[in-house]
Ligand binder design. Structure first.
Ligand code: AMP
Ligand code: MG
Length: 321
């Protein structure tokens, strides 16, 4: 892996320091940061009012999200113990709600995405998600919480940042709840394997993709006991071609099922040692989701690229400071 990383570093697209600093001067960055401020305050207050406790982010850990797509490794050794930089706080969320009931966190994630992701307009190698988890909640509970958050934040930004939206010439549609739900298999059969992009470009309001097949996702997403092979999970997709906004769902909580799913992925329980040990003591069910903050701000601003929302973007495959 070290060798692969070195080769990749050599191939990194050279950008001068000047080019990296120059966007700091753009007025659109100022608009985006003001909208980012509204998003963070709105979500914090909204969730606190709903009884959610904010927990501080975890930056590195002995077990992080395995993810379902390849990224470069970010592990290191410290006093003989191997750690990884957080790709998501999924395990910390599932364990902390056992004690705290309802939690949220603004969680910085480092995912060293491959350089083909640079042109999607929605991938950074360092980003923040507002990550939420609730004990004894169902997917439907989380869908309605997310719908309230997304439609609430759109209304708040239209109200508090109307001048920024005018500066950006952004007309934001206020979506109607409940959002449309489309089953994964239906989307696939009607629109082919790029259904997410096709539907995102066609729709004018956010919509859900539900019932994603087991092999498309990680071991911790709960398999539907009444619909074998499909998960009790959901993705929210932005309209106007902005793509994925949210992923989430119910979690596997029974240790036998967790171990089965880890094995199905060809992974070793050792990779998730502390989580598996904690889960072996018995877990209550929970559900949750994560909203990528930079993607949300990009959508609210109507920007062509995600890197326009942040002063020091980490664009996959490009040298950053
Ligand atoms: P995931 O659970 O992997 O879908 O991640 C949760 C959310 O984080 C996604 O729905 C996105 O909004 C956001 N996200 C994931 N990967 C990236 C990335 N590379 N750059 C920016 N945002 C991301
Ligand atoms: Mg996702």
């Amino acid at each position: 892996m070290i060798l692969i990383l070195l080769i990749n570093l050599k191939l990194m697209e050279e950008i001068s320091i000047r080019e990296t600093i120059e966007p700091l001067n753009r007025s659109t960055l100022r608009n985006a940061l003001k909208i980012n401020g509204t998003v963070r305050s709105y979500f914090s207050e909204f969730l606190r009012n709903m009884g959610y406790l904010e927990i501080p982010p975890v930056i590195y850990s002995t077990a992080t999200d395995p993810l379902n797509h390849p990224v470069f490794d970010t592990s290191f050794e410290y006093y003989g113990q191997k750690y990884s930089i957080t790709k998501s706080m999924i395990f910390h969320k599932q364990i902390s709600v056992q004690y705290l009931g309802k939690i949220f966190t603004f969680s910085p994630n480092v995912r060293l995405e491959t350089s083909d992701k640079a042109s999607t307009g929605r991938h950074l190698s360092e980003f923040t998600q507002i990550d939420i988890e609730c004990l004894n909640a169902t997917r439907d509970d989380m869908i309605s919480l997310a719908e309230n958050m997304i439609s609430g934040v759109i209304a708040e930004v239209k109200n508090k940042n109307s001048q920024d939206l005018t500066d950006l010439k952004r007309i934001l549609n206020q979506p109607e709840k409940p959002f449309v739900k489309i089953r994964y298999e239906d989307a696939l059969s009607q629109h082919g394997k790029h259904f997410e992009d096709v539907l995102s470009a066609k729709m004018s309001d956010p919509f859900w993709i539900i019932d994603i097949p087991v092999n498309e996702r990680e071991f911790y997403d709960r398999e539907d006991p009444e619909n074998e092979g499909y998960l009790m999970d959901m993705d929210l997709i932005y309209p106007e071609g902005f793509g994925e906004a949210i992923s989430g769902g119910e979690r596997e909580f029974e240790i036998e099922k967790i171990l089965q799913r880890v094995a199905l992925k060809g992974q070793s329980p050792d990779q998730f040692k502390w989580f598996i040990e904690a889960a072996s003591g018995g877990l209550l069910p929970s559900a949750g989701f994560g909203i990528g903050i930079e993607r949300l701000v990009r959508y609210l601003c109507g920007f062509p690229k995600i890197e326009m929302v942040t002063p020091f973007p980490k664009v996959p495959g490009k040298r950053s400071i």
